[in-house]
Design a protein around this ligand. Structure first.
Ligand SMILES: Cc1cc2nc3c(=O)[nH]c(=O)nc-3n(C[C@H](O)[C@H](O)[C@H](O)COP(=O)(O)OP(=O)(O)OC[C@H]3O[C@@H](n4cnc5c(N)ncnc54)[C@H](O)[C@@H]3O)c2cc1C
Length: 495
């Protein structure tokens, strides 16, 4: 039987990061991914010769010396990717449909303050309060500021209020509140339920710097693959972990794969969606209450996606995203239960260096339930009724894009689309959620350490959402295994 020090379940960003951290220490690692290739969430796909991004459009904190840059340097992948900055003066164009007003959101906290003061001159105190609270949260986070002494308790528990309560306490101006909340779409939880700390960590890192990677998620995946191979990680794709073997003393023994292959190790890091543990672990490993809790934890919404091609660069999307907001509540929007006409629309574009064309992706939140009647169908084998429904919702979505942004008509041609079922099946998550489990005030997501000896959890559902959240979770979990002091000492060398 193949023997390892650690088996990592899931070859997404969190799994690949965990594998590199532990392999750097000389451990023998098996990285198991159910999909035929690593990182199905971010590696994107090709249509009509054009490469499209899926789960990586832009990231915060990748500028020189910023947290994501430091992580990539520590992992040994920084030299294999080329950072591509978004427009520092306006990386997101937040458009309020009702007023037609554009809020072009800059990086840099002092520029952000200046811009907000110009837009909302009566609200200078509120703006100052918001910006300084975001900065303080970043400075105090041991995962975003490596000069901090590491404090596990602080890393795992937030005592912050909701974003909504924070905003209500500083201003009555609803438009300002919307401008300060639009980044909720980057983690899928509305201000009424989002923790201020989560918001600050997501929004704040984009105000440090906003980038994509030349060649997109595929280029990042290739950089990881290269390094994983170099460090001798045993990569097993196209075979899912069916069960984590845990003995009666609640100690991990290894895993069994769908192919029947068995891998032996005293340690297993589960980075797949936490709900997968219900089926994959023996009942004796956990108290029934734990599995019951896993079953009831709520996911962030999934999405409807449209993929388009433009032969020429799209000026409106050059170095920036468009977030078009119709004024409907963020609760309704992020539930994914609104029609395209009532929905926030996110649009992003990336130049495909090989074809020279621009790949345009538009996303709106969408509830899995809307497609649940076809939940038993598989990719490429969906029934006709589903196909018709998909075509009709994507058609409404496309019409809504052209209605709001007529300037895109004629330049961008949408050629394909995805529903929550597509996303579920590519990313192997239960409901195709864009950001895994909700990080919200009323939900306690599972901690990285479980009651089973040697079974730890990582991934965007555990501590924080998004690419950076998945990486932070890997550092947190690997720090628990090999020591936070050691990891932070290493990280500080790149800071
Ligand atoms: C449409 C979309 C757009 C996004 N845009 C952005 C963005 O612009 N910026 C950003 O920061 N974030 C974005 N995100 C979120 C980001 O992609 C995720 O946060 C990140 O990729 C999650 O990484 P992960 O490793 O935690 O999880 P995953 O990528 O889900 O990795 C888990 C892996 O486990 C595998 N798996 C599942 N079960 C098993 C099993 N039993 N055995 C073996 N393998 C298994 C899955 O196939 C999967 O590859 C987006 C997500 C989506 C879906």
């Amino acid at each position: 039987m193949a023997q390892y020090d650690h088996i990592i379940v899931g070859g997404g960003v969190a799994g690949m990061t965990s594998a590199l951290i532990l392999a750097k220490q000389g451990s023998r690692i098996a990285l198991v991914e159910a999909f035929p290739l690593l990182a199905p969430t971010i590696r994107g796909f090709k249509r009509k010769g054009v490469q499209f991004d899926t789960g990586l459009h832009y990231v915060g904190g990748l500028g020189d010396g910023h947290p994501l840059d430091i992580y990539f340097k520590h992992l040994g992948i920084a030299d294999h990717i080329t950072q591509k900055p978004y427009d520092h003066n306006g990386f997101d164009d937040f458009i309020v449909q009702k007023s037609g007003k554009h809020y072009s959101i800059p990086c840099d906290f002092s520029e952000l303050t200046t811009r907000l003061n110009e837009w909302f001159p009566e609200e200078k105190n509120a703006i100052q309060h918001y910006v300084s609270a975001i900065k303080t949260t970043l400075e105090e986070s041991p995962f975003l500021n490596f000069a901090q002494d590491f404090d596990l308790e602080k890393a795992l528990h937030s005592e912050s209020d909701t974003l909504q309560n924070f905003l209500d306490a500083i201003t009555d101006n609803e438009t300002l509140k919307a401008v300060l909340s639009y980044q909720n779409i980057l983690y899928g939880v509305p201000p009424t339920e989002a923790l201020f700390d989560t918001h600050a960590q997501v929004a704040g890192t984009y105000h440090l710097s906003a980038h994509t990677i030349e060649g997109g998620g595929l280029a990042l995946t290739k950089a990881y693959e290269r390094r994983l191979k170099k460090l001798g990680v045993h990569i097993i794709c196209n075979d899912r972990v069916e069960s984590v073997e845990i003995n009666d003393a609640r100690q991990v023994q290894g895993v069994t794969l769908q192919s029947g292959k068995a891998l032996e190790a005293p340690s297993c890091i589960w980075t797949a969606h936490p709900r997968g543990l219900i089926e994959a672990t023996p009942d004796s490993a956990f108290r029934p209450a734990f599995k019951k809790r896993l079953a009831t934890l709520e996911d962030t919404a999934s999405g409807l996606m449209l993929f388009g091609i433009s032969d020429t660069p799209v000026a409106e999307l050059d170095g920036r995203n468009i977030i078009s907001w119709p004024g409907t509540s963020f609760e309704k929007n992020l539930s994914g239960r609104v029609s395209p006409a009532e929905s926030v629309i996110y649009i992003s574009a990336a130049l495909d260096p090989h074809s020279g064309k621009t790949a345009v992706t538009a996303i709106i939140p969408a509830a899995f339930e809307t497609f649940a009647q076809w939940a038993d169908s598989k990719l490429g084998k969906r029934p006709e009724e589903y196909k018709q429904f998909k075509a009709s919702v994507l058609d409404s979505f496309e019409k809504e894009i052209y209605r709001r942004m007529p300037e895109l008509k004629g330049s961008v041609t949408f050629i394909d689309g995805a529903t929550p079922l597509t996303i579920r099946d590519y990313c192997a998550t239960p409901t195709g959620s864009l950001y895994g489990l909700r990080h919200s005030i009323d939900q306690f997501n599972p901690a990285p350490v479980t009651k089973a000896q040697g079974l730890t959890l990582a991934g965007q559902s555990i501590v924080a959402p998004g690419i950076l959240g998945a990486i932070v979770s890997a550092y947190l979990t690997c720090g628990i295994i090999i020591g936070h002091e050691l990891l932070h000492k290493e990280l500080r060398q790149f800071a």
